[in-house]
Ligand binder design. Structure first.
Ligand SMILES: *[C@@H]1O[C@H](CO)[C@@H](O)[C@H](O)[C@H]1NC(C)=O
Ligand SMILES: *[C@@H]1O[C@H](CO)[C@@H](O)[C@H](O)[C@H]1NC(C)=O
Ligand SMILES: *[C@@H]1O[C@H](CO)[C@@H](O)[C@H](O)[C@H]1NC(C)=O
Ligand SMILES: *[C@@H]1O[C@H](CO)[C@@H](O)[C@H](O)[C@H]1NC(C)=O
Ligand SMILES: *[C@@H]1O[C@H](CO)[C@@H](O)[C@H](O)[C@H]1NC(C)=O
Ligand SMILES: *[C@@H]1O[C@H](CO)[C@@H](O)[C@H](O)[C@H]1NC(C)=O
Length: 523
């Protein structure tokens, strides 16, 4: 769903951005404001894993921070949110004066249902972008839910010239409710398998985090990690022992977990844009974008101008560095991008970790996938490693860079699974930073992806958004560099893709290399 309007900003360009928009470095307001509440102790899967009282308290705070409003009652399809019938208005600037760079723009959205009646409750998942194709400029907007069917989309005005607003409904609140139910109750909708082999005998068996819907009688193989306690189980093969597990791979998806009516909520329509004006006084707004694109290059608000790196500068920057990358295929994408600039030896990609070595410049690039529930095609059982354990093996120090990206494979699971995993990684990072001062840690957030109905049910952006909020909350306060892939994909003009456009990757790499190799101070 796309609705837009064109605005022209006439004032002289002056960059007040870094003054106006501080990076997010404080605790999430939703976390800070809550008074004491009972700890959360309702782990929907892996119920044998009792959180400590401290962990249960953090769980509660994190779950409060991602709480999402639910529709008050079941509705008929024609009472659900319909982007075609919905409207937004650009609020007039204060005092009616022309808009200037440094101002903020507010759009008020009124959601309506398929019969054109205004919605009276919140929970629709909207994303917003202000952009200018002519200038290669774009910035993510922030959407505030007023919980009464109206929403505010807020944008900083950062460049002189044309700009247009795009507001997209990713899912109606009714569709989000279906996703919430699937996540909490059907974490088995995505499953895994392992091949077991001994001599000529081989068997394939189903594996998962805790096999929540396992008939109690079936014997299990317990592959719980002894260091972290991360659970992993397979149904025991009929004729082979648990020690004969060879590999791990994506099993597939359970089908038909939603009703026909629910499925209709995820239908994509060829929505027509619509726009109506109304005059409404602007309200106070507060938002902290991570940065924005201008002439195709990402400009960050953390105070460090992003440097641009050509091949020579990349090699120069990586000289004597050991770059350790861990995570899903969005991390592999960074590895592949950087590998092109490391001319030395490249290890065969079927062996873990992926490696690129440049002996002349003393560069070591490594990439390893994260542990279960990784859904890659096949990973050898002996190569299934938890990131926290890998981090514990690193000495660390000023020449060590650690880069992490874990999110996409966690979206079918209840958020507790992700919280637990991030907690183990956070502890390992704290240990690493303590023993190897000067280690640079970079964390890449989730990004938006292309969604159709099937993809939405398992891997919707709504799941990613929730994991992303957890990630931000959990790593705030740790000395890590955050690459906001969410905003970098939302602000960019290219179609959303699980593996973002090469232009976005280039900007992300520039961002981290700027941290690895800050510009030399001019004397
Ligand atoms: C706890 O879990 C049970 C069983 O899954 C569920 O019925 C109940 O609503 C949950 N309670 C909370 C507070 O989430
Ligand atoms: C809206 O849905 C209800 C329930 O399915 C139905 O009875 C009603 O006729 C529908 N209204 C319109 C205008 O389609
Ligand atoms: C919805 O809530 C917002 C914010 O509180 C308020 O400004 C607006 O008037 C409300 N809209 C309706 C239709 O009640
Ligand atoms: C699996 O093994 C772990 C570690 O030894 C243990 O704590 C856990 O209780 C076991 N799980 C089951 C279901 O027995
Ligand atoms: C998950 O996705 C697969 C295909 O990608 C689809 O067949 C399945 O129906 C989806 N899951 C659910 C719960 O519908
Ligand atoms: C809508 O907004 C534009 C730009 O501010 C203005 O020129 C126009 O008169 C408005 N239309 C209505 C119907 O208020």
């Amino acid at each position: 769903w796309v609705i837009f309007t064109i605005r022209y900003l006439h004032c002289k360009y002056y960059n007040t951005a870094s003054m106006l928009f501080q990076p997010q470095n404080s605790i999430h307001p939703a976390l800070a404001q809550k008074g004491p509440r009972p700890p959360y102790k309702n782990h929907t899967i892996c119920s044998h894993l009792e959180p400590t009282p401290d962990e249960a308290l953090e769980d509660r705070a994190l779950l409060d921070a991602i709480a999402w409003p639910k529709p008050p009652a079941p509705t008929s399809l024609n009472q659900t949110s319909d982007p075609v019938h919905s409207l937004f208005t650009i609020l007039p600037s204060k005092g009616g004066r022309e808009r200037c760079v440094g101002d903020q723009l507010e759009a008020l959205v009124q959601m309506q249902d398929f019969q054109g009646r205004p919605k009276r409750y919140g929970g629709d998942f909207l994303v917003a972008r202000l952009h200018s194709p002519e200038l290669g400029a774009g910035v993510a907007g922030t959407v505030a839910d007023h919980l009464n069917g109206s929403y505010s989309a807020l944008f900083p005005l950062l460049w002189e010239g044309p700009a247009q607003v795009t507001i997209t409904m990713v899912h109606s609140s009714e569709a989000v409710a279906v996703l919430q139910r699937l996540r909490e109750q059907r974490s088995d909708r995505f499953f895994f398998q392992s091949l077991f082999r001994s001599g000529k005998l081989s068997e394939t068996s189903v594996c998962n985090m805790c096999l929540p819907h396992n008939r109690p009688q079936e014997p299990l193989c317990n592959y719980t990690d002894l260091h972290t306690g991360e659970p992993w189980y397979c149904l025991k093969p009929k004729r082979l022992s648990c020690g004969t597990r060879i590999n791990h791979f994506k099993g597939g998806y359970k089908k038909d977990l939603v009703t026909h009516k629910e499925a209709l909520l995820f239908q994509r329509s060829g929505a027509e844009p619509s726009l109506k004006n109304r005059s409404i006084e602007p309200g106070p707004v507060k938002y902290n974008p991570a940065g924005y694109y201008y002439k195709g290059s990402w400009r960050s608000f953390d105070g460090t101008p992003v440097r641009q790196f050509d091949a020579k500068l990349i090699t120069q920057c990586l000289t004597s560095k050991m770059i350790n990358m861990y995570g899903d295929s969005t991390m592999r994408q960074w590895f592949e991008y950087l590998t092109a600039f490391v001319p030395g030896e490249h290890r065969h990609p079927s062996l873990w970790p992926f490696m690129a070595v440049d002996g002349k410049h003393n560069i070591l690039l490594k990439y390893r996938c994260h542990g279960p529930p990784i859904g890659f095609s096949t990973v050898r059982a002996s190569e299934l490693r938890y990131v926290a354990n890998e981090l514990d093996r690193l000495p660390g120090g000023p020449n060590t860079v650690v880069v992490l990206s874990l999110w996409a494979h966690f979206s079918p699971f209840p958020v507790e699974v992700y919280i637990r995993r991030m907690r183990h990684i956070r502890r390992a990072l704290e240990r690493l930073l303590a023993r190897g001062p000067g280690t640079l840690v970079v964390i890449r957030s989730a990004n938006l992806r292309a969604l159709d109905k099937e993809m939405s049910l398992n891997h919707s952006d709504w799941f990613s958004l929730q994991l992303d909020r957890i990630l931000r909350n959990m790593f705030m306060g740790l000395a890590v560099v955050f690459v906001d892939a969410w905003e970098m994909t939302l602000a960019h003009h290219s179609p959303h893709n699980i593996h973002p456009h090469p232009d976005i990757i280039k900007n992300m790499i520039s961002l981290i290399l700027t941290q690895v190799c800050p510009a030399k101070k001019k004397s």
